[in-house]
Design a protein around this ligand. Structure first.
Ligand code: MN3
Length: 241
């Protein structure tokens, strides 16, 4: 399937998300098969794909409950609210706050998108190294070895200034894997890139158990990475890109 056919096939139930124009096709092969919206196109919060305590001891149940139920829900509410306010602005013709609400779309939309993926790239059966051959080959080609990837990914994630994410992404233009520090939820990302693996390094993601020891948390995160899901996303990205 070429890109145009793919878009045609998947744009039926698509939901545009944020300034990057990411979309949420319903195809089983899709990159975005987790549901981000309801039938009316309103953004919604899906249930966690496992119990809140499933990732213990690496990520504690209370953090998971607060992170999913409060923080992620807040991003869902935030993007819906921003869209409502912009609809009101179009009705009234008063665009005095357009800059604010446009930023809110990027911030909350980025948060909704990254958190939705974040829950799926962790698993109680995760950790270790990827076994998928395609993923291994691309990691070797882009970073030299899995060990070098791991050290680079942890260093980048630990060094994010303030609040943000470490993200492993497929870069379709260069046909390679790349590691980003995504500050806040949207800064420093690249338009065409497709996120494959992401670690949330906002303090709310680790403070209850790890306090300010972000490095301990990111190492623990590596013990719950679902490499099969990362490989599945790379496979979909290769077909898409
Ligand atoms: Mn978070």
């Amino acid at each position: 399937m070429n890109r145009r056919e793919y878009l045609k096939k998947t744009m039926g139930g698509a939901a545009l998300l944020g300034a990057a124009g990411l979309f949420n096709p319903a195809s089983a092969e899709s990159l975005y098969e987790i549901k981000l919206t309801d039938e009316l196109g309103r953004y919604t919060l899906a249930d966690l794909p496992y119990a809140p305590d499933a990732l213990e001891p690496h990520i504690d149940a209370q953090t998971m409950q607060l992170h999913h139920g409060r923080h992620h829900q807040g991003y869902v509410n935030g993007i819906n609210n921003a869209l409502d306010k912009l609809a009101e602005a179009r009705e009234s013709g008063d665009y005095s706050l357009v800059k604010h609400w446009s930023r809110e779309i990027s911030f909350h939309g980025g948060g909704h998108y990254l958190h939705t993926l974040f829950w799926t790239v962790m698993s109680p059966n995760g950790g270790g190294e990827p076994t998928n051959q395609t993923l291994r080959q691309h990691i070797d080609r882009s970073f030299g070895s899995f060990e070098k990837f791991r050290a680079h990914f942890l260093a980048a994630s630990n060094a994010v200034e303030g609040s943000g994410w470490g993200v492993l992404a497929w870069e379709p233009v260069g046909q390679r894997l790349i590691i980003h520090q995504v500050e806040r939820q949207s800064d420093l990302s690249t338009w065409s890139n497709i996120p494959l693996l992401m670690v949330d390094v906002w303090e709310h993601a680790y403070y209850l158990r790890y306090q300010n020891r972000r490095g301990e948390y990111t190492q623990a995160f590596m013990n719950v990475v679902d490499w099969d899901e990362v490989a599945r996303r790379l496979d979909a990205a290769l077909r898409f890109g």
